[in-house]
Design a protein around this ligand. Structure first.
Ligand SMILES: Nc1ncnc2c1ncn2[C@@H]1O[C@H](COP(=O)(O)OP(=O)(O)OP(=O)(O)O)[C@@H](O)[C@H]1O
Length: 336
């Protein structure tokens, strides 16, 4: 488990203080995939890099599995960092080394593994990330997705318990992003690794994270299970990320409704409720007709969810609304 206790960071540049992270409390549970989202300059990288002390905190403490990381000396820090892997947006591979040598590098640096042990471990890591056929190639001969797989394999070389991902998919196209996220998800499930990832895309959070913290101007402004934060965003920054992810322009959508008669509701279904034939049943029972103005069915990690904007006309609209509100559906009245 990772804990930040009033941990903060102020950079000092040319005699000026730049407050990158306000004193922050945060707890990341063992085995979860925790996402940090925020716009550029929000303080995500700073927070992430405090965890393995790539940045020294200016205030507070970082405690990992009960150990005060802030108090470690150089030797203690080296040992600690072997338990924390990290991957980067631009992969940070050594261009003069082969794929196999890049992956084996942390073991070579650790100094306590024989050549044979390193070769065996590299082979099993190559298999885990699906790069068996590329062991002898150099980074320049690989695609972006393959380079990130090498980065992941290298980060796993010392069998860490924690994996920090700094914008790991930001340089990749959507299809490659999906494959890398699937790989991270598999590593989390099979090896039980705790993963902390930072991104500026809500879609990345939606696909793999269990919980998310939204950052703005050096602060965590919203935090919770991804389902809650994604479907019911509270802070304006979170709302903007969600709208971006769904490619919805709120103004445009509301303007469309001007031509539609009736009461307009937005319904959010989660889990099994997503597939229940609720609308048909309510329409039959209350004599209300409905038209669908906008809709989406997708997944938040493994949980299905649906969001529908509907207009109700005729029949007993109040009764229909009452019935919907009583079901396992979150209901918002967009126009009464
Ligand atoms: N080494 C540094 N020296 C001085 N200021 C820094 C340093 N690193 C970050 N900052 C400043 O700290 C603030 C937070 O930066 P940080 O990189 O943590 O944000 P971020 O949310 O990760 O942004 P991005 O998505 O662009 O990486 C910014 O104002 C940034 O300019």
């Amino acid at each position: 488990m990772i804990e930040l206790r009033q941990a903060g960071k102020t950079y000092r540049v040319d005699g000026r203080d730049i407050p990158a992270l306000q004193p922050t409390d945060l707890r990341v549970e063992r085995g979860e995939i925790f996402g940090l989202i925020g716009h550029s300059g929000a303080g995500k990288s700073t927070l992430l890099r405090l965890i393995n002390r790539l940045e020294e905190p200016s205030a507070g403490r970082i405690v990992v599995d009960g150990e005060d990381v802030t108090a470690l000396d150089a030797a203690g820090l080296r040992a600690f960092r072997r338990r924390v892997g990290m991957i980067f947006q631009h992969f940070n591979l050594l261009s003069s080394k082969t794929v196999a040598d890049n992956i084996g590098m942390p073991l070579k640096l650790a100094g306590s593994f024989s050549r044979r042990q390193i070769a065996e471990r590299v082979d099993s890591l190559l298999a885990r990330v699906g790069l068996e056929a590329h062991a002898g190639k150099y980074p320049a001969q690989l695609s972006g997705g393959q380079k990130q797989r090498v980065g992941i394999a290298r980060a796993l070389a010392t069998e860490p318990k924690i994996l920090l991902c700094d914008e790991a998919t930001s340089a990749l196209d959507p299809q490659t992003t999906a494959q890398v996220l699937q790989l991270l998800d598999g590593i989390n499930r099979e090896l039980g690794l705790t993963i902390v990832l930072i991104t500026h895309e809500m879609d990345v959070i939606r696909r793999v994270c269990d919980r998310v913290a939204v950052m703005d101007a050096g602060r965590i402004v919203e935090l919770g299970p991804v389902g809650d934060v994604f479907l019911h965003p509270q802070h304006p920054t979170t709302r903007r990320f969600v709208l971006e992810a769904e490619q919805i322009d709120e103004h445009e959508q509301r303007a469309d409704f001007a031509h539609v008669a009736g009461r307009i509701l937005r319904l959010t279904f989660r889990g099994e409720a997503t597939y229940a034939p609720l609308l048909g049943t309510v329409a039959r029972e209350t004599g209300v007709d409905f038209s669908i103005l906008a809709g989406r069915i997708d997944h938040i990690k493994d949980t299905p969810y649906g969001q529908l904007t509907i207009a109700l006309v005729g029949g007993d609209i109040d009764a229909a609304q009452h019935r919907l509100a009583a079901a396992e559906v979150h209901l918002e009245v967009l126009r009464a």
